[in-house]
Design a binder for this molecule. Structure first.
Ligand SMILES: [Zn+2]
Length: 229
C-alpha cells in the first residue's frame, strides 16, 4: 500500500493563531484545531475506492507545559520552549468509490489534539487527482488517445481501448481522420448525480517511416491510382 506524505495547511478554529490554542466556546473543554491537508490519489483509486496509508506530520500542543513553552519558571525541556511537539503518524484513509477532485474526506478526531482532555479537531483531506499517463480528466469525462495505422484509418478496423473497467473493443469507422473523437458512453467517472460521464477516444494516425520495398511499391501504386481519380 503506497504511503503519501501530506503537507499541512493548518486551520485554527478560533483562538490564538500563534499558539494554535483555540478558545473554548460555551465554556466547555477547548477542542483541538481542525486541520486540512491534500490527499493525492490516482484515478483508479478515486474510481474504485479503497484504503490508503497516509503519513502525517503532526504538531501538537506540548502536554508538559500546555503550550506555554515554560514549565516551573524555565523553558520546557519536552518541547524546547516552543510549546509544540512534532511527530509522524500513519493513518489509514478509507477512500469512498467515485470520489471526485476537490471532495473532502473527514477523519473525525484526527486533527489537532484537544486541551486538557478536550476533543481532538478533525482532519479534512481534500482529494487531488494525480495526472494519469493514459487518461485526461475533464469533469466527469475522460479522454484517451489511440494510435492507428493509415490503412486502419482508411478501411476501418477494431481496436482495444483501455477504460477504467478494462479494455474495450472499439470500432473505428472507415475514413476516420486524425483528431476524430469516438465516444464511449458511460465509461467516464461518476458525476455529481451519480451517473457516469463518457470516455472520448482521440484518434491519432501514425505515419510509417520505415517501409519495406513492397509497401513502398504499393504506396506508389496507390498514388498513381489517386492521380487518376
Ligand atoms: Zn512544553
Amino acid at each position: 500500500m503506497p504511503t503519501a506524505l501530506a503537507t499541512f495547511l493548518r486551520r485554527f478554529s478560533g483562538g490564538d493563531p500563534l499558539t494554535g490554542r483555540p478558545g473554548a466556546p460555551g465554556g466547555g473543554l477547548p477542542g483541538g484545531q481542525d486541520i486540512e491537508s491534500d490527499l493525492e490519489i490516482t484515478l483508479e483509486e478515486a474510481y474504485r475506492g479503497g484504503e490508503k496509508a497516509l503519513q502525517l506530520t503532526s504538531r501538537e500542543v506540548c502536554p508538559a507545559c500546555g503550550g506555554d513553552g515554560i514549565n516551573n519558571n524555565s523553558f520546557c525541556t519536552r518541547c524546547g520552549g516552543t510549546g509544540f511537539n512534532s511527530g509522524l503518524k500513519t493513518l489509514t484513509v478509507k477512500i469512498p468509490p467515485g470520489v471526485r477532485e476537490g471532495s473532502r474526506i473527514r477523519l473525525k478526531g484526527q486533527g489537532g489534539a484537544g486541551f486538557n482532555g478536550g476533543a481532538g479537531g478533525d482532519l479534512f483531506l481534500k482529494v487531488r487527482l494525480l495526472p494519469h499517463p493514459v487518461y485526461q480528466v475533464q469533469g466527469s469525462d475522460l479522454e484517451t488517445e489511440i494510435v492507428i495505422r493509415p490503412d486502419q484509418a482508411v478501411l476501418g478496423d477494431q481496436a482495444d481501448v483501455p477504460t477504467l473497467d478494462g479494455p474495450v473493443a472499439v470500432r473505428i469507422p472507415a475514413g476516420t481522420g486524425t483528431g476524430k473523437r469516438l465516444r464511449l458512453r458511460g465509461k467516464g467517472l461518476p458525476g455529481r448525480d451519480g451517473a457516469r460521464g463518457d470516455q472520448y477516444v482521440r484518434i491519432k494516425i501514425d505515419i510509417p517511416t520505415h517501409l519495406t520495398s513492397e509497401e513502398e511499391q504499393l504506396y506508389r501504386r496507390l498514388a498513381e491510382l489517386r492521380k487518376g481519380v
